[in-house]
Design a protein around this ligand. Sequence first.
Ligand code: ADP
Length: 493
Amino acid sequence: MRVLHVGAEIHPFVKTGGLADVIGALPAALRRCGADARVLLPGLPALLAVQREARRVGTVQPPWQAHGGARAELLEGTLDAPTLADVPVILLRHDALYARAGTPYGDGSGHAFIDNHRRFALLGLAASRLAEGLDAQWAPDVVHGHDWHAGLACAYLAFARRAAKSRAASVFTIHNLAFQGLFTRGDFNELGLPPEAWSLEGLEFHGQLSFMKAALHYADRITTVSPTYAREIQGVELGSGLDGLLRGRSAHVSGVLNGVDDAVWDPAADASIAARFGVRRMAGKAACKAALQDECGLEVRDSAPLFSAVSRLTEQKGLQLVVEVVDELVARGGQLVVLGSGDAALEAAFRAAAARHPRQVTLRQGYDEALSHRVFAGSDVTLVPSRFEPCGLTQMYALRYGSLPLVRRTGGLADTVVDCTIEDLADGRATGFMFERFEADDLRRALRRAFTLWRRPREWRAVRQRGMEQHFGWDEAARRYLALYEQALATIA
Ligand code: ADP
């Protein structure tokens, strides 16, 4: 089975969120299961700089007139990271489109690139060209796109199939339905798609061009990153206006939970934390906590439950609820470290909380991968109070690192954490804390449960151990995707 993953980020080189972790781990897991999985990414400078032994695969002609008609070049090699050593990565090189500073999507200060429709249409077109046999040495059986950036791959491929130019199937994974890739009718006219694609039964979404809708309409199978989110997006509240389309395709929509990459997230082997630890040797966890308190300027006190959040600071992540309860958290004897950046008002609110409680609360503003490992390793509780959460990786990393997740019951959070209710504690199932409604009072009650458990160290340790023993493996996810690829191929055969 030959599978081409198409996306915009890959850990450890280009990462703005969990999407990078998935594209950095899933293809390798598929290869371990015997599939020939490869990855297609835009030729971003950070990727071209680390590609080794590149082979020129071919070129792709953009359908628009801009850039003097310059063709894009496909280069296949491996990226210089141990976790990606066995994964062939194809980079789409077109310097006028991709050789820019910033994130894969914009200038890094909140402004999206104005030609993103071209940048990501070309990515989708290249995927389709590969499925049409552009490379005599390798063509995918399945094109697996991730998020709106790869959405047009499904559309180009559908039309290539209609023209009998390809027999490949498409699978599309929604990592976050809230980001849809919306552009104008004029942008659509540049993309070389047939005029009939501009319709309700196509990629038109309320008069706009939607890359996400293109994927949801044309993909042979749609997945999202947790079973609960797969149900939630078929409802009005979290359907982002696409719930009707998703309900119509519900037989082809499913949820596959993301995994944790053991090669990156293992407290027993993690070089970026103060001391290594595991379920049967927890002394290192205490050392990590003291080191984190010290690093963050907090009072070094083992008896204080240390809460943390590692997150984009956006509306979605719900940290405004934490702002509302932070004084109570401190009054009860807790501490808080927040690692994140984003919304200026939220940053200011956490800075103000840190100013009120300088030895108990700290904000580490920014994006810092190594520090994120130290935060999970050093903290006792990780807060993930999201409004919605397709899968959420941080609660899974927290579980692995012995930091009890305190989460809202939504999406993948609901699928990966078991609340410390009296029943689930008694049954030996509980792994964290959960609240229902998106309200500070509900969060407050979950916090109180956390403080109550903290005062019972034996029970705390039992819950923590159970959490650390949870297994969210990529190999399991890979097997599910393989079964799905088979189904997709069978339905189009
Ligand atoms: P999302 O993709 O919506 O941001 P996930 O929980 O799926 O949420 O994934 C977030 C990923 O980004 C995790 O790997 C998390 O550790 C990482 N992350 C988020 N914020 C930061 C930060 N400020 N510094 C370092 N890593 C971060």
